[in-house]
Design a protein around this ligand. Structure first.
Ligand code: S3P
Length: 449
């Protein structure tokens, strides 16, 4: 099932970040990745034309966009952040003529597995060298319970082949708090006979539920239980994508650890299932304020102000883990600068992200001389305190965008330059990152080599 037409991967981009600098200004980070993916998926399946503003033009969401073009959907990008989707209706997708290549994007892979399980044609999904190592049984097992026909590689990995099969609703208790698993099953459930009932062990991002409701598809949410019936349809509409709190997180941490920093972040999504990073940073003593709160496209949004404040170590509440799941690399940098020890547990999911984020971060912290102890499900980090400095040196991001961006922020408090290797994948979620941080007072030079 391999495909030689797969794009070539690059791992040669190096960030050279000078020590010190500042973080001030009034900025808007790119659009939310999760919402951007979902806007393409639901917009494509809707009846009518969906328009999207604030779409994330990062490689991950563009992979989703290309996959739907490959299935015959007409999708235009008339200007930056604007997308116009000619919805084909629930049964209007066409069989792709080639393997769908989803790059680095776990969200594309897992959500599309569910959506394609309901189609009347065969499809094959693959991705880059990171994605083909990530666990897919978490979606294939419940999908098979629904009647789906999926063929995975040994060890439950992709490429995944999906053949047409009739689906039926299931009653499923999810073993982990995963929005990708939940969303995969909700998308498959739209094509299933009868009702699907999902129970999540803890709340995790609910953008799929919200967007389905926004497109007029009934989804009943009662605490940790979600119910949806098959056979409905989606009505096209307009989606205003807020800025991604996961991208804002680097700036929230950067300003919190940098004396004199004062930064405004505009139009940031503050969905309660995503604000773990704000809750955790505030518990550590951060000065983060909501300047203006409003609703955009069914999602709560705010302009945020963040100013330097001395941080202290905390034991992170395990309830916050799914709400901050993508923000731990940045939070580890905050912990490294805090007074005292920060303890994270219950976060084993970090080991199966774009890299093993516990180990990759620990290796980088070791380069910076930060004392820490790795545990199977978390880490303990002893911070240097407000008067202390981080060390310097070369760090390998292992192609993980969030590791690269987190160590960029570490340079604000480093004793010497930080070199970060394998930064090409920053483009998966944060196009323009280097330019934006430089405009705020960080000194980041990029080179290939
Ligand atoms: C996402 C869900 C999370 C998150 C990922 C995006 C989504 O993954 O880490 O970056 O858009 O549904 P899990 O569902 O694996 O926790």
């Amino acid at each position: 099932m391999s495909d030689s037409s797969q794009p070539q991967e690059h791992h040669d981009l190096v960030y050279q970040v000078s020590a010190g600098g500042s973080l001030s200004g009034d900025v808007r980070v790119p659009g939310d990745k999760s919402i951007s993916h979902r806007s393409i998926m639901l917009g494509s399946l809707a009846d009518g034309i969906t328009t999207v503003d604030g779409f994330l033009e990062g490689e991950d969401s563009l992979c989703t966009l290309q996959a739907f073009r490959d299935m015959g959907v007409s999708i235009e990008r008339p200007s930056t952040g604007k997308v116009v989707i000619q919805g084909v209706g629930m049964y209007g997708l066409q069989a792709p003529q080639k393997t769908l290549y989803l790059g680095n994007s776990g969200t594309s892979m897992r959500l599309l597995s569910g959506l394609l399980a309901g189609q009347k044609f065969t499809s094959v999904l693959t991705g880059d060298s990171s994605l083909i190592k990530r666990p897919m049984k978490r979606v294939s097992e419940p999908l098979k319970l629904m009647g789906a026909k999926l063929t995975l590689q040994a060890g439950g990995l992709c490429p995944i082949q999906i053949d047409a099969a009739p689906l039926h609703g299931i009653d499923y208790a999810m073993p982990m708090a995963s929005a990708q698993v939940k969303s995969c099953l909700l998308l498959a459930a739209m094509y299933a006979e009868g009702e699907t009932r999902l129970v999540e062990p803890a709340p995790c991002r609910d953008h799929t539920e919200r967007m389905l409701q926004g497109f007029g598809y009934e989804v009943k949410v009662n605490g940790n239980e979600i119910r949806i019936k098959g056979g409905g349809s989606l009505k096209a509409g307009h989606i205003d994508v807020p800025s991604d709190i996961s991208s804002a997180a680097f700036f929230l941490v950067g300003a919190s650890i940098c004396p004199g920093a004062d930064l405004i972040l505009r139009h940031v999504g503050i969905n309660p299932t995503r604000i773990g990073v704000i809750n955790i940073l505030r518990a550590m003593g951060a000065d983060i304020r909501y300047l203006r709160e409003y609703v955009a496209g069914g999602e709560p949004v705010a302009d945020l102000q963040v100013r330097y404040a001395p941080l202290h170590g905390i034991r992170i509440d395990e309830d916050q883990v799914p709400l901050a799941i993508d923000e731990f690399p940045a939070l580890f940098i905050a912990a490294a600068c805090a007074e005292g020890t920060t303890v994270l547990s219950g976060a084993e999911e970090l080991r199966v992200k774009e890299s093993d984020r516990i180990q990759t971060m620990a290796d980088g912290l070791a380069v910076l001389g930060i004392s820490h102890q790795v545990k199977p499900d978390g880490i303990e980090i002893r911070g240097v305190g407000a008067a202390g400095k981080l060390g310097s040196g070369a760090i390998n991001s292992h192609g993980d965008h969030r590791i690269a961006m987190s160590f960029t922020m570490a340079a604000l408090r480093a004793s010497g330059a930080i070199t970060i290797l394998d930064c090409n994948n920053v483009a998966t979620s944060f196009p323009g990152f280097a330019e934006l941080v430089n405009s705020c007072g960080i000194r980041l030079a990029q080179r290939h080599g």
